[in-house]
Each structure stands twice: as C-alpha cells, then as structure tokens.
Design a protein around this ligand. Structure first.
Ligand code: MSP
Length: 526
C-alpha cells in the first residue's frame, strides 16, 4: 500500500519449552493491532513473530520429553503458529531460530562485532572463562549481588528463577566499554524505551556500570556454532535478538533491510527489557548497525489475582478463551481492560462486563437500533439527509476527529486510550439517539428522522472502520451491513468525501456483538 512510509514491528520470539498462553497472545495481539492500524493508514508494514528454539532451557525440555531437540522444537513451534490463526493475527513472517537463514545471520553478526573495536580501542569479543551464576529459566547470567538465598541453600534470581553455578570457557562481549555510548544513545533518543518508568530503570542500570557479557557456552551444543570455534555455541540471547535482522535478509543490507531497518518497534514484556534495551543496541552499535527506534515493555497478566504459573495450574489458554467468549471479545478485553504498560488481572467477571456492557450494549445496540430503523422506515436504503443542525454537526465532527486521536494514542502504544476515544463517540451517538428520538420523528417529521438516521449511520461507518484493527471480524460484519466494499475500508475513506451515498440499499441487519449468556454463569453478566 502506498503513502506513509514503512513500519516494522516485532514480537519477542517465543521459547518453545511451553505451550502458548495468554501472555504470549497478549504481546502478539498488541503488535497485530498496531500492524493492522498502520496498514489501514497507508503504511508499508512488516510484522514479524516467531519462535526461539535454541539454548539450555529448550534442550532440557526436549530431553525431559524424551525427544530430539529438532523434533521437539518442530512440534512446539507449530503450536505457536496455530495460535496466530486462533487469535486472527496477520503476521508477515514467522521466523524460527533453527532455520538456515537465521544461523547464517547470527554468524555474520558475530563476525561483524568481532571485526570492530570497542570505543576504548579493544577487541569487542575475547576468549576467557566464565565462573558465575546462570538461571536456565531466564537464560540469563546474574551477579552474586543480584541473588537471594532460597530454600536448601539455592540461589534465587530477582525473577524467582533458580540460578546455578557455571564454570566453562567462554567468549565475552566487551559490554563494559559500551556504557557511555549507550547512555549517549538513550539521551539522544528519549523515546527509545517506553513507558518512561522502564526508561529510568534501564538508564540507572547502565549508569551503575556494565560487566562484560558471556556470549558463548560449551557445556551443551543446542545452539548456533560460534564461527571458527566448533566447541562453542552462541549465548541464546545473542542468537535470539538477531532474529529481528535475519528476517530482513541480513547480512544483505539492501532489499528489506534497507526498507525496514531500524525497526519502528520491538514489543516486549517487562521481564525482557534489559536484553532489548541494553544488550541489543550494544551488539548492533558494535557491529556498526543502527539500534531499533523503540522498545515498549508491557506489563504482566495475573489470573483472578494470582500469578500465572504451570505449577499453580492456572495458566490461561487463549484457545479456551476464544471458544468461550469469541475472538474479538478477547482481543477487545485484553487491550481495553488494562492501561497498556501496567500489570493486569484476568477475571471472568471483568471479561463479561466489558463484553456485555461495552460491546453488546453500547456498540452493538447502537448499530442494531439504527440499522433496524433504517430497514423498517427508510425502505432499507441509506436515507437522504436534509439540513444539518448544530447537534448533527457536533456528532459528525467527533466522528471525523477520531482518526487523528486514535493514531496519536497508538503511536504511544496507548491502546486503552485509543479504544476509549472510540467509545466516547459510541456513547455520544447513543446519547444523540436518545435525544433526537428518531422513532418519535417517524410520524411527526419523517425528513428530520432521515437526517438523524443518516448522521448516525455515517458515525457508525467511522466507528466500524476505526475499530477494525482491534475487532476485525465484527467490524467487517458491520461494514458488510453498510454495503462498504473491501477497498473502501481503509482510513483514506474516512471523512466527508467518502460518506455513505443516500439511496444505497442495505441488507437486513443482524446483531454483531452477542451477549455472554452461559446459563451456569447467569446473573454474573452486566
Ligand atoms: N525467548 C524470549 C524472547 C526472545 S526475543 C529476542 C522469551 N520468550 S518467552 O516465551 O518466555 O516470553 C515471551 C513474551 O511473553 C515476553 O515478552 C513475556 O513478557 C511475555 N509473557 C510471558 N508471560 C506473561 C504474562 N503472564 N503476562 C504478559 N506477558 C507475559 O522471553
């Protein structure tokens, strides 16, 4: 699509030690909504997701399952691919770190880093040996001071993961020499890390001084081989982060790399900020490449107030959620319930309240009432409006202003605010229906009734077009009922010029947002 330039957005690549759960669905959903919004807004979008398949954690899970790691990763990676369909995600590429294109890119990036010198004139990569703590669950090294004592003398990382003592030959990346360059980069790019609390957290971590980073392992072999040293495999985070440029054809820096790098946004959870906002820009600067434009760290979900974990048996399966509540209902809830960036709690009650109150009652009823009145009283055709009153114009003006406000919110990843701005207009339209009472005008002043219904249906057109990225299927059904063709659904069609044409025949309306009416749960709904 033409017009507004390129937009490259990525999810983290998911570890294949586990089945996909709500946390994974959440990160990818946020990216899918942004990707869809930007496509409708005329951007040339590339939306990347995939799976992180190497490292000790995956190797151990494969061994525990009694399967060779490649077969194991093939199986689990497919579960993540299946989730894309379940949640109606429109990704442009799915990367697996066991693919040859990725192994090639990792080795090229390693060579590029090794070929350059650090800002202090030393080799960026050197061979030494590592003696220290490693948490397999996080695939992260920890300094002694970061750990606390757990039961049985175990050492526990801040994430709660158990750390073990590791001693082995290792290549190191001279991260300590990159401290000033990183701080300067954050200073010059204040929007690089968001939200601002994460920016401050990263900045003070780097200001506190950086240790060189172990970037290879020798105690297992499930990884990308270090160039020219077959005893070592690369540290899984160096391997994993490289996926963002592998997918653009790196080491070839023409083609997609030239078109899309630096990435506009790496979406991540708050637990993996350090890797994306410290290590990744340092690796890239060391290789002479540009860091990404922005890293956004969202919060974590709990389930009915409890931390989600396999051992508590309260993992939320996105497939079950979608079967129970519907795809668009789940998509809406996840991005509406919690201010993006904060932690959030999933509860059945909160889900039903949003679904019945905001979708079925507010938006669904608005469309159903207006389209039914048109169907019954205007020969099922878009009515011909007469002169507009101040109230008519006010509602239309609000609808016309929505594109700008939603785009502004989404450029800050404020999904909840974008939805709220749409719902301000939904509520205004409902208030307008009540105030204008078109059913009463039917006999008293049919021409005025037609004007009111026209203003409403044109407002609904705007709402349905703008809510598409969040709820693609439901909005498509609504736009079908307005007889709006596929090519007239992007944001270039918003505003006066492409307004609905009076006289257009409309099909018989059907409800788009069902209420949640599980008998067992009767009475719990809004
Ligand atoms: N493989 C690494 C990422 C490498 S990116 C170069 C990884 N994978 S992960 O599968 O463990 O996590 C992927 C994402 O899921 C993270 O962004 C994480 O924050 C997110 N979530 C996992 N559990 C979550 C919740 N309970 N709630 C919200 N998001 C959570 O880390």
């Amino acid at each position: 699509m033409a017009g507004n330039g390129s937009y490259y957005i990525t999810t983290p690549i998911y570890y294949v030690n586990d089945s996909p759960h709500i946390g994974h669905a959440y990160t990818t959903l946020a990216c899918d909504v942004l990707a869809r919004f930007k496509r409708l807004d005329g951007f040339d979008v590339k939306f990347l997701t995939g799976t992180d398949e190497h490292g000790q954690k995956v190797a151990t899970s494969a061994r525990d399952a009694g399967i060779d790691p490649q077969t194991f990763t093939d199986n689990v990676s497919q579960n993540f691919r299946d989730l894309l369909g379940v949640m109606n995600f429109q990704h442009d590429d799915f990367i697996r770190t066991t693919e040859p294109r990725h192994i090639n890119a990792c080795q090229a990036l390693w060579r590029a880093i090794a070929a350059n010198q650090s800002p202090k004139g030393q080799d960026n990569i050197y061979l030494d040996s590592y003696g220290g703590w490693y948490a397999v669950r996080d695939e992260a090294f920890y300094a002694e001071g970061e750990l606390t004592d757990g039961p049985d003398g175990k050492k526990i990382a801040p994430s709660g993961a158990e750390a073990e003592w590791v001693e082995e030959p290792s290549y190191f990346f001279r991260l300590s020499d990159w401290q000033d360059a990183l701080l300067e980069f954050y200073e010059k790019n204040p929007d690089f890390i968001a939200p601002v609390s994460r920016h401050n957290e990263v900045k003070s971590f780097v200001e506190g001084g950086l240790h060189d980073l172990s970037i290879s392992r020798t105690s297992f072999d499930w990884g990308v081989q270090v160039p020219d040293d077959p005893d070592h495999v690369m540290y899984v985070w160096l391997d994993a982060l490289t996926n963002y440029i592998t997918a653009l054809g790196y080491p070839d820096q023409k083609g997609e790399y030239a078109a899309y790098w630096p990435a506009d946004l790496h979406m991540v959870g708050k637990d993996i900020v350090r890797f994306h906002a410290v290590y990744w820009p340092a690796f890239l600067l060391a290789a002479g490449l540009e860091p990404p434009k922005r890293v956004y760290a969202h919060g974590w979900w709990t389930n009915e107030g409890q931390k989600i974990s396999k051992s508590l048996g309260n993992v939320i399966d996105p497939v079950e959620l979608v079967e129970r509540y519907g795809i668009d209902q789940v998509r809406y809830f996840l991005l509406r319930e919690v201010p993006f960036g904060n932690d959030g709690d999933f509860s059945h009650q909160a889900m039903v309240n949003r679904m019945n109150g905001e979708l079925a009652n507010d938006f669904g009823n608005l469309a159903q009432r207006v389209l039914s009145m048109i169907n019954k009283n205007c020969e099922a055709k878009v009515p011909q409006p007469g002169d507009l009153t101040g109230d008519d114009q006010d509602l239309l003006n609000q609808a016309h202003a929505l594109h700008g406000s939603a785009a502004g919110c989404l450029d800050r990843q404020a999904f909840h605010e974008a939805l709220e701005s749409i719902w301000v207009v939904v509520r205004a339209a409902n208030g307008y229906v009540d105030a204008q009472a078109p059913w009463a005008l039917r006999k008293e002043d049919p021409d005025r009734m037609k004007t009111v219904l026209y203003v409403l249906v044109e407002t609904i057109r705007h709402l349905a077009i703008l809510a598409q990225p969040f709820m693609p299927n439901s909005c498509a059904a609504m736009l079908d009922q307005l007889e709006i063709g596929e090519s007239e659904r992007n944001f270039a069609n918003l505003g006066l010029e492409q307004a609905l044409k009076p006289g257009t025949e409309l099909p018989k309306p059907q409800g788009v947002f069902p209420r949640f009416t599980d008998e067992e749960k009767a009475g719990e709904g809004a």
